[in-house]
Design a protein around this ligand. Structure first.
Ligand SMILES: *Cc1c(COP(=O)(O)O)cnc(C)c1O
Length: 429
């Protein structure tokens, strides 16, 4: 399998090359040259085995192909249970049982497993840049922490992530450093894009990305949707995905595209309504993000939109194949409060957007079964959740261990030249 740019202006490359470089040289995102189809896969079995079977055609012919099973074993070492709620026909797919308690652990660990194999024996350290609105940075930091030959620079918007998220991001040390940027998440993304668009900097400092544009994160995210769908009682499984940069949702659509029994896919957004507006029939219009309590979805210019458009070929076709709904902060709070009181379910603010979209479907007379992706553990967002429910949320063990460590982050102006100098400085350390 070879990979081409969504913008069509770059030569096809191998999977290894696409994973190593992140963004295509024409500024587009790598996608498979043709979408493979997988044959019938067995239900049951381990998530890691389903993952390896689903991803095999994507690895065909690549040097990493012989390592695929080992890579999946490392990335899918924690479970993704699908659990029924006390509402008929409603399930959650819990994606938050990894080291940093958000779904991004799967993609980050998969990417780390790939990159550490690709870099084996290379003397020049690779610096991985990751812009984060909260959860990505922690997942990538945890996945790469202590790996030889790789460094991670995490950029996050100062004062726009939860205190626990900020603590996690600064807790690594060693080969993982956190930069708190004076600006929004979009400013962080611009700094990362700016670094990749600076050939002189790249000549001095070998760079790679770990954002959700990275194929090494997107591909594994197909696996838990596929695994859940294969094991659902009445396939095809309809899914509601809390959405920001469209990484998780595009992975779900790709899983459906290669033949997994996935039905309708609905995107739940926070007050950042770029996608709801687009699916409502307006032309796509990227804009600055607004801050919400579902901060990992505070995205005004979803970076994987290019992959969505590429998958369906046109805006019209995309609109026929998906839908998106905005959920404001007051409604998110209402969902969290109401469920804690009525059925004892605790949702993180992101997951709550999907629960709300499901409830709207029910109110509109839709009686089908739906599975909502539960993207983070509520304990990660204690400052939002605890005042609403009037008690403490129990912290999962891995998260507690990370919170017990010291944390530091360096301030950074949202300025390309300042960032470039910082990177050169670290590289020559
Ligand atoms: C990143 C994140 C999202 C959004 O996922 P995308 O792939 O960016 O659409 C949703 N919820 C949580 C908890 C996240 O960390």
């Amino acid at each position: 399998m070879r990979y081409v740019s969504t913008r069509g202006g770059a030569a096809p490359v191998s999977l290894s090359a696409a994973i190593a470089t992140g963004l295509a040289p024409d500024g587009g995102l790598y996608v498979p040259e043709t979408m493979p189809r997988v044959g019938t896969l067995p239900a049951g079995g381990y998530l890691a085995s389903t993952a390896a079977a689903m991803l095999e055609p994507f690895f065909a012919g690549d040097p990493l192909a012989s390592e695929l099973e080992a890579i999946c074993a490392e990335a899918f070492a924690h479970p993704a249970p699908r659990r029924e709620l006390r509402i008929a026909g409603a399930h959650v797919l819990e994606l938050f049982h990894g080291p940093t308690a958000a779904f991004k652990d799967f993609g980050a660990r998969f990417l780390a497993a790939c990159i550490s194999r690709l870099r084996a024996g290379d003397p020049d350290p690779l610096t991985i840049l990751v812009a984060t609105s909260g959860d990505t940075g922690a997942a990538v930091g945890a996945a790469f922490h202590g790996l030889p030959g790789v460094r991670v620079a995490i950029l996050y918007p100062d004062n726009r992530v939860s205190p626990r998220q900020a603590h996690q991001l600064g807790s690594f040390g060693g080969n993982v450093r956190a930069l708190r940027v004076e600006g929004s998440f979009d400013d962080c993304q611009r700094l990362v894009k700016g670094a990749f668009g600076d050939p002189a900097l790249q000549a001095d400092v070998p760079l790679s990305s770990a954002n959700s544009i990275s194929l090494g994160r997107l591909l594994p995210q197909m696996a838990y949707f596929g695994h859940a769908a294969l094991n659902a009682e009445n396939p095809p499984m309809n899914v509601i995905v809390p959405t920001g940069n469209l990484g998780n949702a595009v992975a779900c659509l790709w899983a459906r595209e290669i033949g997994l029994p996935i039905g309708e896919v609905v995107f739940a957004c926070n007050a950042n309504d770029t996608l709801p507006e687009f699916f409502g029939g307006q032309p796509y219009r990227a804009r600055d993000a607004v801050a919400t309590i579902a901060n990992a979805m505070d995205v005004g210019a979803p970076s994987n939109f290019e992959r969505l458009r590429h998958l369906f070929g046109s805006d019209e076709a995309a609109r026929l194949n998906g839908s998106a709904h905005a959920v404001d902060d007051a409604t998110i709070r209402d969902v969290i409060r109401r469920h804690a009181a009525s059925d004892g379910e605790l949702f993180c603010p992101h997951t709550a957007t999907a629960i709300r979209v499901f409830e709207q479907r029910r109110l509109a007379g839709d009686t089908r079964a739906w599975t909502m992706a539960a993207t983070a553990h509520p304990a990660k967002f204690d400052t939002v959740v605890e005042p609403l429910i009037g008690r403490e949320v129990e912290v999962p063990e891995a998260l507690a261990a990370m919170l017990a460590r010291d944390a530091t982050a360096e301030p950074l102006a949202a300025d390309h030249r300042v960032f470039a100098e910082w990177l050169r400085g670290w590289h020559s350390d």
